[in-house]
Design a protein around this ligand. Structure first.
Ligand code: GTR
Length: 437
């Protein structure tokens, strides 16, 4: 029972000095924490606030964007428990049978676009397998997902590790890699902090990754070479058709389709994880696919966890201009009129309920609006409650480096800048341990 042993020995407290070291370095190594989370539930630590010097510098450098709390417009969030026609949603049945679908349609029509309703077939090719990775800890596979419509096919690669010799099915983590493709060999040799496969497996999880651009190129002009054009037979995308974020999330679901055939994996316990644009994707992937038990968005900001109405840091206007391929066309109509949006991002969290959501921010990543990322999680609480789940309700932010976990939701804000690293992963895996194991 190799996995079990490794897990036990890794459950230990991190001394403060080591924690500081881990936070300051890009420590790529491995295994360091387990139950080491400092829960802030009874802590008196000061709630996080943006560093005044950083606010000053950002405001100076990017004058057209707001970095000051005092300049956040007054806003009123749409109530996830009030239907468009003004009907209060008071039972879980009302939510499941009516309101959830209504909200999904609003997000599809106004933000992420509608996925195609075209029949396709899906198969998988195993390109390589290594049965004895990391001294027998895992089996690694290099795979191709093959999507067929008629005689045409679209393929994208993914890599997977399955823990060996475990006595019960393992939970799993699907990582949406918005930066690069990590090959099987590379993942075996280097524990890349962006996707530390070895650490994840040592913590008792299977894990898979794919690269977003292999599914739909992450470029303004990448459409003709991606899965969306493949589905559309080369025709240009309709204004409300899916865009790249939705396409990448769709691909995470195809990887999940594969995991359903792996007997060592518990498909009821699969988390979808992404950073930044990948984090926007992981949240929407979990909305579209209820098989995901957990969604983790790391530094996802505008169009991800952050409330659009705050217009703090990145705005709807800026994101839809810089990345027109991420969102369907109507989203750009809300530039500078966010208050007219029929939805806001707290309803993305609500759409994932009663499943679990974890949101992470970074102290220096004001562009992603940490306060707005936290506030949207809190604003989803009435829906978690209606569906019988506990979640974070405390409106004051936790202190820096003090994860807050309540029932189905968790949040941390880490020292440092925009990025996904070992510290984030360890706190996130502590959360999945609590909700999945
Ligand atoms: C930025 C973009 C953000 C975020 C980030 C990333 O340029 O403005 O919304 O997604 O890229 O994906 O790293």
């Amino acid at each position: 029972m190799k996995t079990a042993n490794i897990l036990n020995t890794n459950v230990r407290w991190i001394p403060t000095v080591m924690l500081a070291y881990l936070l300051q370095t890009s420590f790529a190594g491995g295994v360091c924490c387990g139950q080491s989370v400092i829960s802030d539930s009874d802590s008196k630590a000061t709630p996080w606030q943006a560093q005044p010097e950083l606010v000053r510098k950002n405001s100076e450098r990017r004058k057209e964007f707001n970095y000051q709390e005092s300049k956040v417009p007054e806003y009123r969030l749409p109530d996830p428990l009030m239907s468009t026609s003004g009907q209060a949603i008071v039972t879980a049945d009302d939510w499941h049978q009516f309101r959830r679908e209504e909200l999904m349609s609003l997000f599809r029509n106004e933000v992420y676009g509608e996925r195609p309703k075209i029949d396709y077939s899906l198969s998988f090719e195993q390109v390589k397998e290594k049965k004895d990775v990391w001294d027998g800890l895992a089996t690694g596979r290099s795979m191709l997902a093959v999507v067929r419509i008629g005689d045409q096919q679209y393929r994208f690669p993914f890599v997977l590790f399955i823990p060996n010799g475990v006595d019960r099915q393992a939970p799993a983590v699907i990582h949406i890699n918005n930066r690069y493709f990590i090959t099987l060999e590379k993942a075996i040799e280097e524990n890349d902090p962006f996707w530390p496969a070895r650490t994840i497996v040592q913590r008792g999880y299977a894990t898979a990754t794919f690269h977003t651009s292999d599914v739909d190129p992450d470029k303004k002009d990448g459409y003709p070479r991606g899965i969306r054009a493949f589905f559309a037979g080369g025709a240009p995308p309709a204004p409300r058709a899916w865009r790249s974020l939705s396409a990448w999330g769709w691909a995470a679901s195809r990887v999940l389709d594969y995991l359903e055939n792996v007997s060592a994996i518990d498909v009821e316990k699969v988390a979808v994880v992404g950073h930044s644009r990948g984090g926007k994707t992981s949240l929407w992937a979990a909305c579209e696919d209820p098989r995901f038990a957990v969604a983790y968005s790391n530094n996802s900001g505008c169009g991800g966890a952050a409330l659009s109405r705050r217009a703090f840091g990145e705005t709807v206007g800026r994101i839809t201009t810089s990345f027109p391929h991420w969102f369907c066309e109507p989203f750009s109509n809300y530039a500078d009129r966010e208050s007219q949006l029929p939805v806001d991002q707290h309803e993305v969290m609500a759409l994932i309920a009663p499943r679990s959501v974890y949101v992470a921010s970074s102290d220096e990543d004001l562009w992603a609006d940490p306060k707005g990322e936290y506030a949207s999680l809190v604003a989803a609480a009435p829906v978690f409650k209606l569906l019988g789940k506990q979640s974070i309700t405390e409106s004051t932010m936790p202190a820096l480096n003090s994860p807050r976990v309540v029932g189905s939701t968790g949040y941390h804000i880490r020292s440092g800048g925009h990025g996904l690293g070992v510290v984030d992963w360890n706190w996130f895996l502590d959360f999945t341990d609590s909700v999945l194991k």
